[in-house]
Design a binder for this molecule. Structure first.
Ligand SMILES: C[S@@+](CC[C@H](N)C(=O)[O-])C[C@H]1O[C@@H](n2cnc3c(N)ncnc32)[C@H](O)[C@@H]1O
Length: 237
């Protein structure tokens, strides 16, 4: 049985171990669709060019970079993650892309964000919330740091509900993906991935949690047959 415990040391260690192969595997295992999912998240923020965006669980900074690569784009982006090796890969990409002046990567915990209250215009988190040990604390932090009316965009995997798609997806997720992951990354992280998706909140449960946290206009939009959900919300009072 796959261990799905989420102590910060275990999760950070796991991502540190696969950091060098993370981007390659992400694009390979999703057939490149992951870029489209991140673009959808950024589009949902309706950026105007003036926003300060906080990207939690930023990893190798793909979503942070997407926020600066979009038109209009974010004015500034801060990415937070507790896995140092993931941040180093992200920092290299920022330097090579000439983005380091407007995107800052910081080591920190999504459940205790090193950012002032109501100081950002948008918060994003892609494929990260499922890994956070204290999900409710991270949601409370996203709410705390957002200004009134600020937007939230969360991307996370889900299990599709249509029977045929669900069956094909579960087969790929449980049998193909872990094998490729083990072969390329030489790590059991890609066994943890399907197990952690199965154990995470359903879209309805996550919507309820966001509402309970104080977000309004909470919406869950299925992407690619419901493999991934884009959750959007606005900070109320
Ligand atoms: C699957 S990766 C996603 C990375 C990136 N957002 C993307 O779209 O590719 C999950 C990331 O979340 C980070 N993470 C998980 N729990 C965290 C926490 N409590 N605080 C900070 N980072 C966390 C991990 O270190 C890892 O880099």
């Amino acid at each position: 049985m796959t261990d799905i415990s989420k102590s910060p040391a275990r999760i950070a260690g796991m991502f540190d171990a696969i950091a060098g192969r993370y981007d390659f595997l992400n694009h390979l295992l999703s057939a490149g669709i992951d870029r489209r999912w991140r673009r959808a998240a950024i589009t949902s923020l309706a950026l105007t060019g003036r926003e300060r965006v906080l990207d939690l669980c930023t990893g190798t900074a793909d979503l942070a970079i997407a926020a600066r690569a979009s038109t209009p784009r974010a004015a500034r982006v801060v990415g937070v993650d507790f896995a140092g090796a993931m941040l180093r890969v992200g920092q290299d990409k920022l330097l090579h892309g000439g983005l380091a002046d407007r995107v800052t990567l910081v080591r920190g915990d999504a459940a205790n964000v090193p950012v002032c209250t109501m100081s950002v215009d948008a918060v994003t988190i892609a494929f990260g919330i499922r890994n956070v040990e204290r999900t409710a604390d991270a949601c409370a932090e996203m709410h705390r740091v957002l200004r009134l009316g600020g937007r939230l965009a969360v991307l996370e995997f889900a299990i599709p509900s249509t029977p045929l798609i669900r069956a094909g997806y579960l087969w790929y997720f449980n049998h193909v993906l872990p094998r490729i992951g083990r072969l390329v990354a030489r790590h059991q992280a890609y066994e943890y991935l399907p197990a952690s998706v199965g154990a995470f909140a359903t879209p309805d449960e996550f919507v309820t949690l966001l509402r309970k946290t104080g977000f309004r206009e909470v919406q869950a939009r299925p992407l690619t047959f419901g493999i991934v959900y884009l959750y959007t919300a606005v900070r109320g009072d």
